[in-house]
Design a protein around this ligand. Structure first.
Ligand SMILES: [Zn+2]
Length: 695
C-alpha cells in the first residue's frame, strides 16, 4: 500500500502560482479558476482602455516566456554550425584551425570571458584544431600597463597578485572542459619582434618620432579631430637615421618617453588606428620585467606585438570582441607590410553583464584608438564609452566589496566573476549552454540576470536528483504512528528518470516541516497545515491532521505540532515536505541581488550605498534528508567534462522541493566551499521562480 501512495505522490504537480505540491485534479481546478479570473480581468482592462484609461498595458509578463521542455538541450555546437562563426570559418576554411585565448591576467575572469573561452576553444575543437593559451604570461599590453600605470599595481607585490590570477584563469578554462594546446608568453618573442621592427624601418615603414603628446594630438586632427591631419618632420627622416635612432632607443641613449617608433601607415584613412600609431616605446618606469629582467629598455605596443605574436603562433582565426574592430586594419597592414604569415582577425559582440557588475570609471583597461600614443583618448571618451557599453568588471570596486566585508570573498556567490559563478554551483555545461543559447553575432549582448538564471534552471531541472530540505524546521509529532514507525520508504531521486535511482528514508515518530508550512489560525484560502486541517506529507502513506501545538512563552514561536494520521479523510489537495528525525543539520545560504538598483554606480554616494542588506539569508538550522550522502558520493551532478577530475564541492547539486514558502518553490542547491566534514554549507544556485515574498 505504501508503494501505491508513494507512487501517487510522485505524480504530484507543482502549482507555480502558489508553489504548492498538489494533486493533478486540484491543479486542474485551480488553473481553470484562474483562467476565468484572468479573462474577467482582461475584459475589465479592455473596458478601461475603451474609456481611455491607460492602466492595463503595464501588467504584461515580466519574466521571459517559459521555455518548452524540448528546448532544454540545445545542440552545444549550434553556434559553430550556423551564423557568425560558421561564416568566419567559410571565409577561411583552414585545415588545421588554430585559435588563441589571450586574456590579461590582471583580475578574475567574468561572464564575458566565458564567452571568449567558449568561442576560441570551442571553435578550434569543433573544427578539430587547437587553441593556444596566451594566458599565464604577461601580455605585451600588460607590460605596457606596468610601464605606464604602475599605480594600478600598488596594492601588493605584483608578481604574487598575478600568479593568483594566472592560476585562476587556467583553472577556469579547464573547469569549462577545455585545455590549452600550449601556453605562450609574448615576452618570449621580444627578440623576434625587435628584429621585425628594424625590418619595418628598412622598408621605410617606420620612423622614430620625438613629438610630445600635445603635438601628436595636433597631428591627429586636434582636440575635436576636425583640423587637417599631418605628419611631423620626423616622418621624413631617412632609413639610416631611423635605424640609428631606434638602436639608440634600445641602447638607452634616450630618456624614457623622449623617442618612440611609429608605424608609417596612412593618415588619410578614416580609421584612427592607421594614423601612424606607436610600435615601440621607452617606458617611464624601468622596473625589471618579470621574465626578461633588465634585458630590454624598450617594449613593443599592443598594436605592434599582438598581430605578430598571432602570426608567429600560426593562428588561423584571431577571434576578438568588436572593441578591436578598428584595430583590424592595422593588424592586417603590419603583417602584410612585413610579409609574414597572416592570421585572420574577426570580431564578435561582447557579452555585457548589466546591473550585477560594478561600474568603475577608474583604471583604463580598454583600448581606445590612439591610446598607444597617449594622445587621443581623453577621460571623457573613456566615460562615454563606458556608458555605451554598460558595465565593466572593476577590480578596484570588487576589492572594496571584499575588503569592506560586504561579500565573503572574490568568489562570493553574489558576484559574477567566473570563480563566484562556480562557487555558487552553476555547472560549466550550463554556462556554455547559456552562451550557445545567446548565439554569436557582431552585436553586443547585454545579459539579463533573469535570462541567465532561467538557462541554468532549465539545464539543471532534469539533470540533478531531488531531495527534501527544510530550512527552518519545526518538529511535528505523529501521535498515532504505531507500526508505521521505522518503516523504510523508497524515495526516487527523480520522479521522471528511474535511472537516477532511489534511496531509503526511515519514517520516524517526530518529523520536521518548515515553519512556514504551518499556521496557528486556519483560513479558507490556506491549504497547508493548521489546527484541524489535513495536509499530505510528500511520500508518506497518509495525510496528517494537526491536533494541537505548543509555543515558547517568551518568543511566541511554535515549538512543536502534534498531529494524527487522517486515514479516513479524502486525499489531500496539498503536500508539504518533511525530513525525519536524525536528518543532517546543514547551513543554507540563500543569495539574492547584491545591489538594490540596476546601476549601483548611479546611486548617490557610490555603489556601497546601494548594497542590499538582505542579499544573503542564512539558515543555520536547516535539515537535509539522508539521501544527501548518496548524492554527495555520486557527484558531479550532472556529469561534465570539466568536472570529471578533481571536482569541487560545488559539483554536489540537487533540487530541493519547495524549501520554504517564502524563499522559493523549488531550489537548486549546491555545496559551498566553506563546508567541512562536520559542517555542510549549501548555496542556493537559483530558485525555480524568482518571486520571493509571494504568499
Ligand atoms: Zn614627430
Amino acid at each position: 500500500m505504501t508503494d501505491d501512495i508513494v507512487a501517487g505522490a510522485a505524480k504530484l504537480q507543482l502549482d507555480e502560482e502558489t508553489g504548492e505540491m498538489v494533486s493533478k485534479n486540484e491543479l486542474k481546478k485551480r488553473l481553470q479558476k484562474r483562467a476565468k479570473k484572468a479573462a474577467a480581468q482582461a475584459r475589465s482592462q479592455d473596458a478601461a482602455q475603451n474609456l481611455g484609461i491607460e492602466a492595463a498595458a503595464a501588467v504584461k509578463e515580466k519574466l521571459p516566456p517559459k521555455p518548452k521542455a524540448d528546448e532544454s538541450y540545445l545542440d552545444p555546437d549550434a553556434m559553430f554550425k550556423q551564423g557568425f562563426l560558421a561564416e568566419v570559418f567559410k571565409e577561411r576554411p583552414a585545415e588545421e584551425v588554430m585559435t588563441r585565448f589571450p586574456p590579461e591576467p590582471n583580475g578574475y575572469l567574468h561572464l564575458g570571458h566565458a564567452k571568449a573561452i567558449a568561442i576560441n576553444f570551442g571553435f578550434a575543437r569543433y573544427h578539430g584544431g587547437k587553441t593556444v593559451g596566451r594566458t599565464t604570461g604577461l601580455t605585451t599590453e600588460q607590460i605596457l600597463r606596468y610601464a605606464f600605470y604602475p599605480t594600478r599595481f600598488d596594492d601588493t607585490n605584483p608578481d604574487a597578485e598575478d600568479e593568483k590570477y594566472f592560476v585562476a584563469i587556467e583553472e577556469t578554462i579547464r573547469w569549462l572542459g577545455f585545455a590549452p594546446h600550449a601556453i605562450t608568453y609574448s615576452s618570449d618573442n621580444f627578440q623576434k619582434l625587435y628584429d621585425l621592427a628594424e625590418k619595418l624601418i628598412q622598408l621605410g615603414k617606420g620612423y622614430v618620432c620625438h613629438c610630445n603628446e600635445a603635438e601628436i594630438k595636433l597631428q591627429r586632427g586636434g582636440e575635436e579631430g576636425s583640423s587637417p591631419r599631418y605628419r611631423c618632420a620626423h616622418a621624413e627622416q631617412d632609413v639610416e637615421t631611423n635605424l640609428q635612432k631606434f638602436r639608440d632607443m634600445r641602447d638607452g641613449k634616450y630618456e624614457p618617453q623622449t623617442a618612440f617608433l611609429r608605424m608609417k601607415q596612412d593618415i588619410t584613412s578614416g580609421n584612427p588606428q592607421m594614423w601612424d600609431v606607436g610600435a615601440y616605446r621607452i617606458p617611464k618606469d624601468q622596473t625589471p620585467h618579470f621574465r626578461t629582467g633588465n634585458q630590454w629598455r624598450i617594449y613593443p605596443t599592443y598594436d605592434f606585438a599582438h598581430c605578430l605574436c598571432d602570426s608567429f603562433e600560426g593562428i588561423t582565426h584571431s577571434l576578438c570582441t568588436t572593441e578591436f574592430i578598428m584595430s583590424r586594419e592595422s593588424y592586417e597592414w603590419l603583417n602584410k607590410t612585413l610579409g609574414v604569415y597572416e592570421p585572420m582577425q574577426r570580431e564578435y559582440g561582447e557579452l555585457l553583464p548589466l546591473g550585477v557588475f560594478l561600474l568603475s570609471p577608474e583604471p583604463p583597461p580598454i583600448r581606445l584608438p590612439g591610446w598607444e600614443l597617449g594622445a587621443s583618448a581623453t577621460k571623457a571618451d573613456f566615460l562615454g564609452r563606458l556608458n555605451v557599453s554598460g558595465t565593466i568588471m572593476s577590480k578596484r570596486a570588487l576589492k572594496k566589496l571584499v575588503e569592506g566585508k560586504f561579500v565573503r570573498d572574490w568568489d562570493d556567490p553574489r558576484l559574477y566573476t567566473l570563480i563566484a559563478i562556480r562557487r555558487r554551483g552553476v555547472p560549466p555545461g550550463a554556462l556554455l549552454s547559456f552562451i550557445n543559447e545567446l548565439g554569436v553575432t557582431t552585436s553586443r549582448t547585454v545579459i539579463q540576470t533573469l535570462r541567465f538564471e532561467q538557462s541554468i534552471r532549465r539545464y539543471l531541472e532534469t539533470t540533478v536528483p531531488r531531495l527534501m530540505l527544510v530550512l527552518d524546521p519545526v518538529p511535528v509529532v505523529i501521535e498515532d504512528i504505531d507500526d508505521l514507525e521505522g518503516q523504510q520508504l523508497d524515495i526516487p531521486f527523480s520522479p521522471k528518470d528511474p535511472k537516477m535511482g532511489s534511496h531509503k528514508l526511515r519514517l520516524t515518530k517526530t518529523v520536521y516541516i518548515d515553519r512556514s508550512d504551518f499556521r496557528e489560525v486556519d483560513s479558507k484560502d490556506y491549504f497547508r497545515l493548521a489546527p484541524g486541517k489535513t495536509v499530505g506529507l510528500l511520500q508518506i502513506p497518509y495525510p496528517i491532521k494537526a491536533t494541537s501545538f505548543s509555543k515558547d512563552g517568551a518568543t511566541g514561536r511554535v515549538t512543536e505540532i502534534k498531529v494524527v494520521f487522517d486515514k479516513q479523510g479524502k486525499k489531500p489537495k496539498t503536500y508539504i515536505q518533511w525530513v525525519p528525525e536524525g536528518s543532517r543539520k546543514v547551513e543554507v545560504r540563500v543569495h539574492s541581488q547584491l545591489f538594490k538598483s540596476p546601476d549601483p554606480t548611479a546611486v548617490e554616494g557610490g555603489f556601497l550605498n546601494d548594497i542590499n542588506p538582505d542579499s544573503e539569508a542564512v539558515y543555520p538550522e536547516a535539515l537535509v534528508e539522508s539521501g544527501f550522502e548518496e548524492v554527495r558520493r555520486r557527484a558531479p551532478w550532472p556529469e561534465a567534462k570539466g568536472e570529471s577530475k578533481g571536482a569541487g564541492p560545488e559539483s554536489v547539486r540537487f533540487q530541493a522541493m519547495r524549501v520554504a514558502y517564502f524563499v522559493s518553490f523549488w531550489c537548486l542547491i549546491a555545496v559551498d566551499t566553506d563546508s567541512t566534514e562536520d559542517k555542510i554549507v549549501l548555496n542556493r544556485i537559483v530558485s525555480l521562480r524568482e518571486d520571493a515574498g509571494k504568499r
